[in-house]
Design a protein around this ligand. Structure first.
Ligand SMILES: [Fe+2]
Length: 301
């Protein structure tokens, strides 16, 4: 058994998808994560002691998961549920118009509703039945290599807390809205799941420069990707699907929407602090799978 999720794979490794059984996973170990005081953008909850206390409580459950392997279902408060209901219903309408057809179907199949915050355990069950992907609770943003490497194990580290109620439309870091509405439905797509796993394989063999390229691919696809669908362009990236403003902006005249060209994307810097001026369109998720394989196979050459 591997002891470190980022344990290196030799560049000669064949880039392929495979199921990972529970007992084959590397152990979940504590990882340094970004405190909300240290985030590059101001956090609306940073000065709210109640919110900070609640965050610590939820963080302790992620830690408990790493010790016991058991995910604890969250007992969300009425205030937290209210934030979810507000954001989820606001997004729902826009999704019908702008989200990829696969995403719309998948969200429904996962049972993600506007009424209540879904639990990681229930989504995990469905992911397991479809693509063998799984979710593991985490306290916040972690190091890029560690985060991406877990994808190699068909595992996505997922937060459970929710954004601050004072600004339901905004969060400077991932939260359960971003994970469950943004990311999780797409992991039920076999090609997308394999593509994600390949990014993980890449992160385990990349040097620092290649890792930066992988981070940019991740950003312009899993976070901000657009896809051709039914003769139109639709969103499948989590950063778009979980933000009303970003999703609207993505289809506005302020954004240049270009075809995804691997060699360009790996060189394209991105920003956290502004909305994205350039987005990339892929013809299909299978295309992504082929392109990431081509990129990773170039490592070590
Ligand atoms: Fe994300």
């Amino acid at each position: 058994m591997q002891t470190d999720p980022a344990s290196p794979i030799e560049p000669a490794f064949e880039v392929k998808s495979f199921e990972v059984k529970q007992e084959e996973l590397p152990p979940f170990e504590d990882m340094p994560f970004e405190d909300i005081e240290e985030l590059p953008l101001e956090h609306p909850g940073a000065k709210d002691p109640e919110y900070r206390k609640r965050r610590d409580e939820i963080a302790s459950l992620a830690k408990k998961f790493r010790e016991t392997g058991e995910i604890t279902d969250m007992d969300y408060t009425e205030e937290e549920q209210e934030v979810w209901r507000f954001v989820a219903s606001e997004l729902e309408e826009l999704h019908q118009e702008k989200a990829s057809p696969f995403y719309l179907k998948a969200k429904k199949n996962l049972g993600i509703s506007n009424d209540r915050i879904p639990q990681l355990t229930e989504m995990n069950k469905r992911l397991g039945e479809t693509t063998g992907f799984r979710l593991a609770p985490i306290e916040g943003l972690v190091d890029t290599r560690a985060f991406l490497s877990w994808l190699s194990w068909r595992t996505m580290l997922s937060t459970q807390y929710i954004r601050h109620h004072s600004r339901p439309g905004y969060t400077p870091e991932p939260d359960i809205v971003h994970e469950a509405i943004g990311h999780i439905p797409m992991f039920t797509n076999p090609a997308f799941a394999d593509f994600s796993q390949f990014i993980g394989h890449g992160a385990r063999m990349a040097n620092d420069e290649q890792l930066e390229g992988l981070g940019r691919i991740y950003w312009y696809t899993i976070e901000y990707g657009l896809v051709e669908a039914e003769g139109d362009i639709k969103a499948y990236g989590a950063g778009l699907l979980s933000s009303f403003k970003e999703l609207k902006h993505a289809f506005s005249d302020e954004v240049e929407r270009r075809p995804f060209v691997l060699e360009e994307v790996i060189e394209k810097e991105y920003t956290y602090s502004h909305m994205q001026p350039v987005l990339y369109i892929v013809p299909s998720y299978d295309f992504l799978k082929g392109e990431i394989r081509r990129y990773i196979e170039s490592f070590g050459k």
